[in-house]
Design a protein. Sequence first.
Length: 375
Amino acid sequence: MKKIQMVDLRSQYEKIKEEIDAAMQEVIDQASFINGPHVRLFADELKEYLSCKYVIPCGNGTDGLQIAMMALGFKPGDEVIVPAFTYIAAVEVIALLGLKPVFVDVDEATFQIDVSKIETVISDRTVAIVPVHLFGQCSDMESILGIAKKHGLKVIEDAAQSIGSVYKFSDGTLAQSGTMGDIGVTSFFPSKTLGCFGDGGALFTNDHDLAEKMRMISTHGQKKKYHHHSLGVNSRLDTIQAAMLRVKLRYLDQYINARNEVAKAYDKAFEKHSHISIPKRVSESTHAFHQYTIKLKGVDRDEFSKHLASFGIPTTVYYPLPVHLQVAYQIYDYQEGDFPIAEKLCQEVISLPIHTEMEPDQLELITNTIKSFFL
């Protein structure tokens, strides 16, 4: 049996090695490493996959969030609503721009922002909502967009973990994750469902003017070379990464299907387990399963993790501390107990290995080992 990994990037590469190697060699032969032809081609192909009007590649997902907020013209002191249970990137960018993060607790079953609590924190300084489509499925976008429209707010979708998931509105309309708000942002970090071999990211929008602003900001604020019309940053997707992503994009649906098969196996093994809560699906959204995250009930999580590790099975906790209790963000005067669901989840969640190359014997070992912990 192969070594079990949280993400087996080597095995994934070996299946498409010839295509990846040829794409990389083409970039080397062209010697066009910055903004080469593959960057534009990848943007065009991703735009077609997502059925959105504009895709702007950038250096990474965190840069994408910053570029989005700069393009929307947010000013220091403006407030941006974010979930309390999430990766730090969105909150980090808000703070760096002199904005104020306003946290909202999450739904205990789905891990998504609790839409019933959003309106309670909207003030006259609120400018945006940043729903984070955590672990691979969409937040309740129909409700979020309705709240945003009612209060005149912008919506920036953090789709770093959910590219390829599809949301269904009550009228039957379908939309890809990241394409419903004013701007969507994703990451191509290697472990993502669509990942490159380094850092990478992209922004999505259907607004021409926003697309032009984001494209300009991402290249030092230039409209054309050496003519700078706004403050900008240097955030470009390397051509060699774009070339690899073009190959992987052709397999994205296959990768999502493979992850869903792993998730189904876990579901079947643990759906009636008294100490394990399997991840609840959002009925309006498909799931890309960037992570398969369970909740442990009445279990010592460290001992559980050590038990699996003794059989060569890795686990990871996403996330062990909610953002409002992180040392760097205590300046916003949030206290323990302010967001009880987020705090509770940080004590209960643990993620199991899930990736495109998992084999039946690996899944059998993982599920049997987990069950043996409770004997």
